[in-house]
Design a protein around this ligand. Structure first.
Ligand SMILES: C[S@@+](CC[C@H](N)C(=O)[O-])C[C@H]1O[C@@H](n2cnc3c(N)ncnc32)[C@H](O)[C@@H]1O
Length: 208
């Protein structure tokens, strides 16, 4: 049976995180423009370089680990980038709390935790339900960029997209990766695979 004190503590912590996200969104989300989102930004190598190269785009990186976000924020401050924000947040909670009108133009998911064991696959971020929720927040022409060095995760993810009613890989055939900056995990990888997905225009209405 659950410990009532610990349950109450957990609920209070989640409420505080929701409140913090609500406040941060009012401070950082652009009005009438989509934002660029990175899930699992780690120390922020990719998004800092991306934001530097795209000063007109608002970039938001999220990561579960607060120490990584602290380091990412130091990088942002050193680079003096007003269009870049790093938040200590879980991706699903971020989506849940995002104001209804907010949209992303690009979502980067680079070298996410692969959870190689079958019984742990449920922890992977690239799941049909998560992708359905994310699709609702993709703006016009929105793209999802996924990269991993773990081939089985890449193959599984490709299949998830192929079978997904809203996302399409065909729509992005011939598109190239929009911006290169080596991440920490990329620098350790011998090789990796990338894919680009778009929300199917015929299904966009159904996704919103
Ligand atoms: C394998 S690391 C990759 C970090 C970075 N993208 C890179 O390529 O070096 C995965 C990162 O995703 C973060 N992460 C895992 N699940 C997450 C989630 N549900 N929401 C936000 N961040 C998550 C982890 O804390 C970790 O920093």
């Amino acid at each position: 049976m659950d410990n009532p004190d610990r349950t109450a503590q957990f609920l209070a912590m989640m409420e505080e995180r929701r409140r913090d996200l609500r406040t941060r969104f009012t401070q950082i989300l652009p009005t009438g423009k989509p934002f660029v989102w990175e899930i699992g930004c780690g120390h922020g190598h990719f998004l800092t370089a991306y934001a530097q190269a795209h000063p007109d785009e608002t970039c938001i990186g999220v990561d579960l680990v607060s120490e990584r976000i602290e380091r990412a924020n130091k990088k942002r401050d050193r680079a003096k980038l007003a269009n870049l924000h790093f938040l200590h947040a879980e991706a699903r909670l971020f989506l849940e709390m995002l104001p209804t009108e907010a949209r992303f133009s690009r979502l980067f998911i680079l070298f996410p935790d692969p959870w190689p064991k079958l019984r742990h696959h449920k922890h992977r971020i690239m799941q049909p339900d998560f992708l359905s929720d994310a699709a609702k927040r993709a703006g016009e022409g929105g793209r999802l960029y996924f990269r991993t060095d773990f081939t089985p995760y890449f193959d599984d993810t490709r299949l998830v997209f192929i079978e997904h009613p809203v996302w399409s890989l065909d729509a992005t055939a011939g598109e190239t990766w929009p911006f290169e900056q080596e991440t920490v995990f990329q620098s350790r990888a011998e090789s990796y695979h990338s894919l680009i997905a778009a929300v199917r225009t015929d299904k966009k209405a159904a996704a919103t």
